[in-house]
Design a protein around this ligand. Structure first.
Ligand SMILES: C[S@@+](CC[C@H](N)C(=O)[O-])C[C@H]1O[C@@H](n2cnc3c(N)ncnc32)[C@H](O)[C@@H]1O
Length: 221
């Protein structure tokens, strides 16, 4: 039995979480820009393509950009609505063969495999999201020599200072600490904040601060 087209309702998906995000996506035909996130594009541009895992992929701006550069992408989200949009966009771009779409509630299940790039772009939620467990699972999914890129909102967007649902924003150092990485097995390539101009849901221009953590798993000796 399916609730949303091709994506089965798995018992492992929390119904309230799925409903929250599906309703958010259904408010508009398109919620995000459809473009790759800026830091991801900057980090990935010099890398050779490989296997990528996009956690909380949303409508797939990053997954489609990666696939277009030759990456084989596993794109994961809890929202069947978002995944349906990603699948349609991938088909339109003739990139469906490079993208595996998988529905997971990452608080309950995590995709199998090892990846050259694991990306978590704004995997933040006003609902309960045990970040540490998800981030540590993300680190475990990185292949030797591969990278984990975590980008999170560092403060509320300038257009939403009073009503933004995220109560507290982790610093880059706190995100890194939450990963609990073995220092002998990992190298930190980037740690810090980036300020950029963005557009809000009603077309307002404003400033956004992204917290960026890029770590690389050392090759096995
Ligand atoms: C702020 S959006 C970011 C989307 C995309 N990464 C981007 O940068 O445009 C957060 C995404 O995480 C997904 N998400 C939230 N909680 C999740 C969970 N427990 N498991 C899987 N995905 C989740 C939401 O459905 C949403 O698509």
């Amino acid at each position: 039995m399916t609730e949303h087209g091709a994506y089965p309702v798995e018992p492992a998906v929390d119904a309230a979480t799925a409903r929250f995000w599906d309703e958010l996506y259904q408010e508009r035909d398109q919620v995000w820009s459809g473009r790759a996130n800026a830091v991801l594009a900057q980090v990935v541009a010099p890398l050779p393509p490989g296997a990528a895992l996009d956690l909380g992929c949303g409508e797939g701006g990053d997954a489609i950009w990666l696939a277009g550069r030759g990456w084989q992408v596993t794109a994961v989200d809890v929202s069947a609505t978002a995944l349906g949009r990603l699948s349609a966009a991938a088909a339109r771009a003739d990139l469906a063969s490079r993208i595996t779409v998988a529905r997971h509630d990452l608080t309950r299940t995590f995709p199998a495999g090892r990846y050259d790039l694991v990306s978590a772009q704004f995997l933040q939620s006003p609902l309960e999201l045990p970040r540490e467990a998800v981030l540590r699972a993300a680190a475990r999914a990185v292949a030797p020599g591969g990278r984990l890129l975590v980008v999170e909102h560092g403060e509320p967007p300038s257009w939403a200072r009073e009503s933004h649902p995220h109560a507290r924003f982790a610093s880059p150092e706190e995100i890194l600490a939450a990963l609990d990485l073995d220092p002998d097995g990992w190298h930190t390539e980037r740690l810090g904040a980036v300020r950029r101009t963005g557009t809000g849901p009603d077309g307002e221009t404003g400033t956004l601060v992204d917290h960026v953590v890029l770590v690389r798993r050392r090759e096995q000796r």
